[in-house]
Design a protein around this ligand. Structure first.
Ligand code: C2E
Ligand code: CA
Ligand code: CA
Length: 732
């Protein structure tokens, strides 16, 4: 499929095209998938943050509530009321039940005991008992304010469990201690049984402090998976909740690194997605490549089919269909002139027959190449079939057609090197210009064909331009053809005249049958005019049969004389010629021994095996074969030997000039000598004068024919000639 390659663009171009298509697709997929992924992950991140925020708030509130709860385990207790009031205080007991124990068990950072007058009687900081007054100074500001409020409430309400939670009254708030955020919780130490009398508002108070920037944060991280929890004065970072102080003042913020499950998913998904996209990209580009390639192949084969439909496979030139199409278009262009050249190779058949079809093909190809080298790029060369070519020239200059035709003739003059043989051929060219021949496609081709015919007729290897006169001739020819057909079918107008041939003693020895056509309007038409037309259109076969039948019929009237009949080369080559001839001759009851068949050198020129066979069969059947018009054209002695003929007829062109200062005499003498040597009879035709007759007589010519003896006359007149003896007397 090498030719397909022509239509395939380069591999790089293919890759580029595929990438150009793949990349946008991938981008769209990437943006789509990325967008969806991002949307869902950020949604889940937001959800997670919302939950964490709720959780941290909850834990904070829980912690605040828990401190009071923790305290209550020791403050709502008869023992505690008693022990805090006794003096001296049992410090160890206080540590174990109201101080250090809170730190170790509940993680309270600081604990203080205040008496009825809010004086600190016990203090613990970070699990260590310390001097109460000094330590309390750090917290007294916030604590005392809270204590005052609590005592007021204690005075007016029951101490014992209130509210649904069953808790004792207390006061708790978040505030700053020493610049640190803390939960500050106060609880009165009260009798759980109520058996110990206590003055409302004058109860001892238990104060617990838990800093929000210490172990609280560590617990937050450890127990609730809140990462990097810290306290900040401003809501920095992605996650924070405010911590409110007394009177809804903002103390600061608990901040942490939010848990971002979406982000984690994203982090894990992105490489996987990228890999997936790459794989998809590869698959898409592979598929696109395949699709593109097969589409290109399809297009290529379509283009090739198109090409095949409109081009000749041997030469690659446009074929007849494309020629007609281009010509149609060229002629349709307004204001432009078109020239059509029809070309026909001369002697192409010879090449085909002698060197074979391969050589013929090679010659056609080579000729096509040479032609292609001669025309402009816009012009069209086409092979119409066989050895026929055509050229369309658009807007040729006035001399261009002539120049091109001459160049083609010159180019063909150079021998062709075909399969190792030097081949000489010629070409005939017929030209029609739209200015002269019109712009109808069929008409202009027909007229170019007329010109081609003319060029061939004029001796070949020439070119000829169509003119209106030619068309007239052609039209006349076709009219004659029509009328000849009519004459043959009705048998009216045609007749045979006979021209005598005489022997040495002046006696008539034979008659040549010559056809005559008495046309109702045109009068007598010479066979030299209508026989070639009959040959061209095939009418020569029925015409020849008619002549043969007539001549045979007449021959029976003069059994002592021979009758000569002219045979056209076309007749000889016609299928079934021999059988038809025999049928007619036998039908007419004629004897082949009395019939002479005249053929011209033209017949022998073609070197046709079948013609040779027919001639041999005719000879065997008893006919005399005469070589007519001997000496004209391509006379060659070899014909005489190869085709066994019985008689030669020296052409009248030689006879005419006998006696004049010319070489005709020598030629005629030589032909007579040759005939004698080969054992052939020799006749001379066209004898018009006595001098010619004498010369021929002296040279040893034994048969003569010509106006000197008689013109061709109707059969009845032959009778008179023979009877009247006018002929013999003139000849004597
Ligand atoms: P051709 O076979 O050479 O015939 C001789 C021609 O020379 C005849 O012309 C004849 O009239 C003419 N002729 C005879 N004597 C003289 C003479 O002394 N001087 C001159 N100048 N001419 C003379 P025609 O009858 O016009 O025939 C012309 C040609 O037509 C023949 O030439 C022959 O080739 C062809 N032809 C005639 N009848 C037939 C036919 O029935 N069949 C075929 N195939 N061809 C025919
Ligand atoms: Ca003749
Ligand atoms: Ca002749």
């Amino acid at each position: 499929m090498g030719s397909l390659g022509i239509f395939n663009p380069g591999r790089n171009a293919l890759i580029r095209a595929v990438i150009l298509r793949t990349v946008p697709i991938l981008l769209v997929i990437a943006v789509g998938v990325g967008g969806i992924l991002h949307f869902s992950t950020s949604r889940s991140d937001a959800l997670a943050l919302e939950r964490q925020t709720k959780l941290v708030s909850f834990v904070l509130n829980q912690s605040i509530a828990a401190i009071a709860n923790d305290q209550e385990a020791s403050t709502y207790w008869d023992d505690a009321v008693i022990r805090t009031r006794e003096r001296p205080l049992d410090m160890e007991w206080l540590d174990n039940n109201l101080g250090v124990w809170f730190h170790t068990y509940y993680k309270h950072d600081e604990t203080y005991l205040l008496d009825s007058a809010n004086r600190p009687i016990y203090a613990m900081q970070n699990g260590v008992r310390v001097q109460p007054e000094a330590a309390f100074q750090r917290v007294d500001e916030a604590a005392l304010k809270l204590a005052a409020g609590l005592r007021r409430r204690l005075m007016v309400s029951h101490v014992a469990p209130e509210g649904s939670h069953g808790q004792t009254i207390g006061a708790v708030e978040t505030g700053l201690i020493d610049g640190r955020p803390a939960i500050i919780s106060l609880k009165p130490i009260v009798s759980e049984t109520g058996e110990i009398a206590q003055q409302p508002g004058a109860q001892y108070l238990h104060l617990s402090i838990r800093y929000l920037d210490g172990s609280f944060l560590a617990d937050l991280s450890k127990l609730y998976d809140i990462d990097n929890a810290g306290f900040s004065w401003s809501p920095t970072g992605a996650a924070s909740i405010p911590v409110s102080g007394p009177g809804d003042t903002k103390l600061g913020y608990i901040i942490w690194s939010p848990f971002e499950p979406g982000e984690q998913v994203e982090d894990r998904m992105v490489p996987a997605l990228t890999a997936a996209l790459l794989v998809i990209g590869l698959m898409i580009s592979f598929l696109l490549g395949r699709i593109r390639r097969s589409r290109m192949e399809l297009e290529a084969s379509r283009a090739q089919a198109q090409h095949l439909a409109f081009h000749d496979s041997l030469t690659g030139l446009p074929n007849r269909a494309l020629f007609e199409d281009r010509l149609e278009h060229a002629l349709a262009r307004r204001g432009s002139e078109t020239a059509v050249l029809l070309l026909d190779l001369d002697r192409f058949k010879n090449v085909n027959d002698t060197l074979g079809h391969q050589a013929g093909d090679a010659l056609i190809r080579e000729f096509g190449l040479r032609l292609a080298g001669l025309i402009r790029s816009g012009d069209t060369i086409s092979r119409l079939g066989g050895d026929e070519f055509a050229i369309i020239l658009e807007n040729p200059g006035s001399q261009e057609v002539h120049r091109l035709a001459k160049r083609i003739l010159k180019e063909v003059d150079r021998p062709f090197d075909i399969l190792g043989s030097q081949v000489h051929i010629g070409v005939s060219i017929g030209v029609a210009l739209s200015a002269e021949a019109g712009t109808d496609r069929l008409e202009i081709v027909r007229k170019a064909d007329i010109a081609l015919y003319r060029a061939k007729d004029g001796g070949r290897n020439d070119y000829c331009l169509f003119n209106a006169f030619m068309d007239e001739t052609v039209k006349l020819r076709s009219r004659i053809e029509e009328e000849l057909r009519e004459a043959l079918s009705t048998g009216r107008g045609l007749c045979l005249h006979y021209q005598p041939q005489v022997g040495t003693n002046g006696r008539v020895i034979g008659l040549e049958a010559l056809v005559r056509w008495d046309h109702p309007i045109r009068g007598l038409i010479s066979p030299e005019q209508f026989v070639p037309i009959a040959e061209d259109c095939g009418l020569i076969v029925p015409l020849g049969e008619w002549v043969l039948g007539q001549a045979c019929h007449t021959a029976r009237r003069w059994p002592k004389l021979f009758v000569a009949i002219n045979l056209s080369p076309v007749q000889l080559r016609a299928h079934g010629f021999f059988d038809n001839l025999m049928r007619i001759v036998r039908g007419a009851g004629a004897d082949p021994a009395n019939l002479q068949l005249e053929v011209t050198e033209r017949v022998l020129l073609d070197d046709d095996e079948s013609v040779k066979t027919v001639l041999a069969k005719l000879r065997d059947a008893g006919f005399t074969i005469v070589l007519d018009d001997f000496g004209t054209g391509y006379s060659s002695l070899s014909y005489l030997r190869r085709f066994e003929v019985d008689k030669i007829k020296i052409d009248r062109s030689f006879v005419q000039h006998l006696g004049e200062a010319s070489e005709s005499g020598a030629i005629v003498s030589a032909v007579l000598a040759l005939g004698n040597a080969l054992g052939l009879s020799v006749a001379a035709e066209g004898v018009e004068t006595e001098a010619q007759q004498i010369f021929l007589n002296v040279a040893g010519c034994k048969e003569m024919q010509g106006y000197y003896f008689s013109r061709a006359v109707p059969a009845e007149e032959v009778e008179r000639l023979l009877d009247g003896g006018s002929l013999s007397s003139e000849a004597a």
